[in-house]
Design a protein around this ligand. Structure first.
Ligand code: PNW
Length: 465
């Protein structure tokens, strides 16, 4: 049907085989927090500390996806998505982070994968989307080296269970957030505030990624795709001055190159090592680690929401910047914002994608998250209207299309998110879904943006009438 559309219809066509997806994460949607032997993750613990999550919300019930999975897969089938990116809950599969798998926990993901395949949707499994078993945090968490080995063992348990039917694997989601929001500024679980803990966490997350990649390669068919998802920061200097460019360099080092350099080049960013000399001597990076971290990957996933404008100055502490905040100020951009107060700026996505084309030639990319929170409203018939989200998605997909036209190898786009869900420190107050969830009744209502996305997928692109 796509190819049959006349060329005279103006619009943006995506390549044949482009992967049209939606994304979710276990703790944000599953609920059933104490079912089947699941015990606490750091988010179960953190969300119970007064003042950490708005309104005291927790993921105990969330969107009750664990009990409503077939309905949610049916919603995706109606959308026409080709791919679905979900995460596996570590504490559901291996509650203490050690020892054998809980088969009942794995069974949920076996059923999910079967349901997806039956609906003609490719499963894309993320092994870690921030729900570290609390017992591993009690043993030191990500700043502790052993956590990386625990993760590699857990990766093996999941690969043995799902490896015959899941072709695309992502080790970690956004290790920058896990390290620097979790251990640096403490806005995310486990809520620790220490620059050295955050840097150690970042290295051990990199090591966990590399070690798990080795395990996945040893267990999965050669055709399996192994990837990593980073929330790379699109950075712009406030002014075209050496001082503001240096501010960009400092944030780029801790937000982007701390992950890109070890994973893709087997080295640490030396400027960051120097800039953080007062914090750590980096002796937690041992001989041979960077070789493990830099195991070859089949693709890189990028999560993008907003760019940042930085200049020479100073910003708040505790910060997620490992000391760089002493030299760097962030300027809120003019223009429209989402309900997260994040600027709407699709050029940042284009800038990020073209940078990766130049820095990592030949590496296939996927946009593994992009989307927006807005306060949407229902009309008297119950239809949920979200015109700002449609505009946001249109602009960002157009940026992806422009990047593809300029030679960036983008293989797919995963809209965040399928469902309204537990938005971490913001609880249920921020809605990213293209499907509205009434958290009292658990009723799902596709928003206007869901119809818009279904139409884009059906046409293979965006029409410009
Ligand atoms: C990502 N920040 O989180 C996550 O992967 C999703 O689980 C989440 O729901 C989505 O983006 C929307 O927030 C982020 O403060 C959370 O820089 C915070 C930040 C970045 C990403």
């Amino acid at each position: 049907a796509v190819d049959a559309r006349p060329d005279t219809v103006a619009g943006l066509r995506f390549p044949t085989g482009f992967r049209w997806g939606t994304a979710t994460a276990a703790y944000q949607i599953e609920g059933a927090a104490t079912e089947g032997g699941r015990t606490e993750s750091i988010w179960d613990t953190f969300s119970r500390i007064p003042g950490k999550v708005r309104n005291g919300d927790t993921g105990d019930i969330a969107a009750d996806h664990l009990h409503r999975m077939p309905q949610d897969v049916a919603l995706m089938k109606d959308l026409g998505v080709t791919d679905y990116r979900f995460s596996v809950s570590w504490p559901r599969v291996q509650p203490t982070g050690r020892g054998p798998a809980v088969e009942h926990g794995l069974d949920f993901y076996r059923r999910l994968v079967d349901e997806l395949l039956a609906a003609g949707i490719r499963p894309v499994a993320t092994l870690y989307h921030w729900d570290l078993p609390q017992e591993l945090e009690d043993a030191g968490g990500w700043p502790e080296r052993d956590t990386a080995q625990r993760f590699a063992d857990y990766a093996g348990l999941v690969a043995r269970a799902l490896g015959d039917r899941v072709a695309t694997w992502t080790t970690l989601n956004e290790p920058w957030c896990a390290a620097f929001l979790g251990y640096g500024n403490g806005v995310h679980a486990p809520g620790r505030t220490s620059d050295v803990a955050a840097l150690r966490a970042a290295h051990h997350l990199n090591l966990a990624h590399g070690s798990a990649t080795d395990v996945l390669r040893s267990l999965l068919p050669a055709s399996a795709e192994v990837s990593l998802t980073l929330n790379l920061h699109a950075l712009r200097p406030l002014a075209d001055t050496p001082a503001d460019h240096d501010a960009v360099r400092r944030i780029d080092a801790v937000a982007n190159r701390l992950f890109l350099d070890p994973v893709f080049h087997g080295r640490l960013p030396q400027d960051l090592v120097q800039d953080t000399a007062a914090v750590t001597d980096w002796s937690f990076v041992r001989d041979g680690d960077l070789e493990v971290v830099s195991a070859p990957l089949d693709s890189l996933g990028i999560n993008y929401y907003s760019p940042s404008v930085v200049s020479a100055g100073a910003s708040e502490s505790p910060s997620p910047w490992a000391g760089a905040e002493k030299h760097v100020a962030f300027t809120p951009a003019d223009g429209p914002r989402t309900a997260m107060d994040w600027p709407v700026d699709a050029d940042g996505l284009y800038e990020l994608l073209t940078r990766l084309r130049d820095d990592l030639p030949g590496l296939p990319l996927m946009v593994t998250e992009n989307g927006a929170a807005y306060d949407d409203y229902a009309d008297p018939s119950g239809q949920v209207h979200d015109p700002e989200r449609v505009a946001y998605l249109d602009a960002h997909l157009s940026a992806v299309h422009r990047a593809i036209g300029d030679g960036v190898d983008v293989r797919g786009y995963f809209l965040w998110s399928l469902l309204d869900n537990f938005e971490w420190a913001y609880g249920y107050g921020k809605r990213f879904g293209i499907v509205h969830v009434d958290f009292a009744s658990q009723r799902r209502t596709p928003k206007d943006s869901a119809r818009w996305y279904a139409d884009v997928i059906a046409r293979g692109g965006i029409d410009r009438p």
